[in-house]
Write a protein that binds this ligand. Structure first.
Ligand code: ZN
Length: 360
């Protein structure tokens, strides 16, 4: 078994041009390239022969992450992950997760028109169909370097977290297709600086983020992020796309989501790197419209969230007995009955209300 998400994940047969398609291909959860795809297969022992020498860098990261997730040491770490089942509100010792949503952050200044400006990427609405995920792993000088082992850890944690989200889709129609970039930059550390001004998130994020965007050939600022997302969405023929930056640079908060991008500190604050998977899954939930459900977020049981416009009935503050475990509420691989709607999963029992992937 790969990781601790309890799914029959298996490497699938590499795609070959002109090759015969399987009569009933298994759902594909992760796609790193034509040679490395991880699917859901009842034949859990299925491991297609793969010529590893011929893999590109992204495919190699994907397959190594999968192997890492199958190691006993990885499973042990997951069994003993810190603060398991704790509310994201925090419980005294562990840090809290609040202030991780864009709506809590002052709006970014408008993007001035510029020759390089491209139309904003479509807002992500639904976790359905092909989802392009851009991982920008930021490697700075000295202690800010993202080592090869840390890069591998990030890809594995993202894979584990998105296996959970994809594996929970009732229609089994979610495929994450990755673009992984290691952005090597020379921006000096800003540790110890006190962020001031109207947008401390932006103040701490902009120097390394804009350098990282330049390193991957994109313009600075939010227009650069939008351009990158639009590019990977088109290149992967995806229904939706978002991106995430992983960094050692000081942040205003260790993990947050702004619009259709996520920022994560590698150390993951007191939750620790073995919880990067769940924090990443939580932040991805926000990208697709799922609200926080832990009390400290200030949630309430009303509202209209996600493409189905459902209320936040599992909000810890007002749900019966504080609600049930859910990735949007606590450090669990669990989901309440509302979050699937908030995420916009295709709901087979609501065929008339469930628009085709990518049309909303
Ligand atoms: Zn949150």
């Amino acid at each position: 078994m790969a990781g601790d998400v309890n799914l029959p994940e298996a490497l699938l047969t590499p795609m070959t041009q002109g090759g015969a398609a399987l009569a009933a291909p298994p759902p594909v959860l992760h796609e790193y390239g034509p040679a490395v795809r991880i699917g859901l297969s009842a034949a859990s022992a299925l491991h297609a022969p793969i010529n590893e020498a011929g893999l590109n860098a992204q495919e190699r990261l994907g397959i190594e992450a999968f192997k890492l997730r199958m190691r006993a040491s990885y499973l042990d770490a997951k069994e003993n992950r810190p603060h398991r089942s704790a509310s994201w509100s925090g419980d005294g010792d562990q840090p809290q997760q609040h202030r991780d949503q864009g709506r809590l952050v002052p709006p970014a200044p408008p993007i001035p028109p510029a020759p390089l400006a491209v139309p904003q990427a479509p807002v992500v609405r639904r976790l359905a169909g092909r989802i392009a995920v851009g991982l920008v792993i930021v490697s700075g000088p000295g202690d800010l370097e993202m080592t090869a082992a840390q890069q591998q850890k990030i890809v594995a944690e993202v894979q584990n977290g998105l296996s959970f989200l994809g594996g929970r889709a009732p229609a089994r129609d979610v495929t994450f297709t990755y673009d992984i970039q290691v952005a090597s930059i020379t921006t000096p550390a800003v540790a110890g600086q006190n962020a001031t001004g109207s947008d401390p998130y932006e103040q701490l994020e902009a120097p390394w983020r804009d350098a990282a965007l330049a390193a991957i050939g994109q313009p600075a600022g939010l227009s650069g992020i939008a351009r990158y997302i639009k590019t990977i969405k088109a290149a992967r023929s995806a229904h939706a796309a978002y991106c995430a930056f992983f960094t050692h640079y000081q942040l205003q908060h260790f993990a947050y989501c702004r619009g259709d991008y996520v920022v994560m500190h590698y150390d993951n604050d007191g939750w620790g790197t073995d919880n990067l998977d769940r924090v990443f899954a939580h932040e991805t939930g926000h990208v697709f419209g799922a609200p926080d459900e832990y009390a400290l977020s200030g949630c309430n049981c009303a509202g209209s969230h996600g493409v189905y416009g459902r209320p936040n009935l599992n909000c810890e503050s007002c749900a019966d007995k504080g609600g049930v475990p859910c990735i949007m509420k606590s450090n669990d691989w669990a989901m309440c009955t509302e979050t699937p709607y908030h995420l916009g999963y295709t709901m087979p029992h609501l065929a008339g209300l469930s628009p085709a992937a990518g049309t909303v």
